[in-house]
Write a protein that binds this ligand. Structure first.
Ligand code: GDP
Ligand code: ADP
Length: 216
């Protein structure tokens, strides 16, 4: 049987209530390591000012979204804030098959579906908590992308998301942005050093063994 020497990429899941800092941190992680691929979700929500189809999201109609789900083209999907969101399967499988890590900004329902899938052995899930509920609201207001009613709705829903914090591998309180970024990088660096993530080590150990046996 052929030995497996190719590394499969990690599925890095980032969840938090809206406004806790997922998008900001995801951007910083990609600047740190451009080889991390971002899973671009499909959504039925309308684009915000400045958002581009195929960059932040694939903006699709509800019938299109439902067809993708029926066709099995979504790795996971969920209904969040009155809209459908899902992670297209194809790009994720291609990336991890080629050994590239994929970052997901998805809610707890999506994280749970990936955890219960055959891909679970390769996942790393991280939950971000805000330092306080007041600060969460302040960040949503400061972001300035939603009207007051939408902010109220997101705040109402925040507990739904926070209440699932204990299903994640890692939990970070995003108080100081720089400190959270450093911790995230450490988590990813450590996960990449798992023995199972380094199949090529078998070759290295074999070389060490040959050297050991040949030593004078
Ligand atoms: P924001 O992240 O709060 O700025 O607002 P969005 O409308 O972009 O996202 C709303 C929620 O949907 C967030 O909790 C995202 O993590 C979640 N979400 C985005 N894409 C997906 C997806 O593909 N699957 C799932 N399950 N959740 C998603
Ligand atoms: P999410 O993607 O989770 O909805 P964002 O990344 O859009 O959240 O962050 C919401 C707002 O909070 C943004 O304006 C962002 O600049 C700000 N923010 C994120 N993390 C911090 C932090 N640690 N301290 C202060 N502001 C932050």
């Amino acid at each position: 049987m052929a030995e497996k020497t190719a590394r499969r990429g990690l599925l890095i899941i980032l969840s938090s209530p809206s406004g806790a800092g997922k998008s900001t941190l995801a951007r910083r992680l990609r600047d740190w390591d451009p080889s991390i691929e971002f899973s671009i979700s499909a959504t039925t929500r309308k684009p915000r000012e400045g958002e581009q189809h195929g960059r932040e999201y694939f903006f699709v109609s509800e019938p299109e979204f439902k067809r993708s789900v029926t066709d099995g083209a979504m790795l996971e999907h969920a209904h969040v804030f009155g809209n459908f969101y899902g992670s297209p399967r194809g790009p994720v499988e291609a990336a991890i098959g080629a050994g590239r890590d994929v970052l997901f900004d998805i809610d707890w329902q999506g994280a749970q579906q990936i955890r219960n899938s055959p891909l679970d052995t390769n996942t790393l899930s991280i939950f971000l908590l805000p330092p306080s509920i007041r600060e969460l609201r302040r960040r949503l207001e400061e972001r300035g992308q939603d009207d007051a009613a939408t902010i109220d709705r997101r705040m109402q829903k925040s507990w739904d998301e926070i209440s699932h914090w204990d299903g994640y591998d890692f939990v970070l309180v995003n108080e100081d942005l720089q400190a959270t970024e450093e911790k995230l990088k450490s988590i990813i660096t450590a996960a990449r050093l798992r023995r199972t993530q380094q199949p090529r080590l078998t070759e290295h150990v074999r070389k060490l063994q040959a050297e050991f046996e040949d030593r004078p």
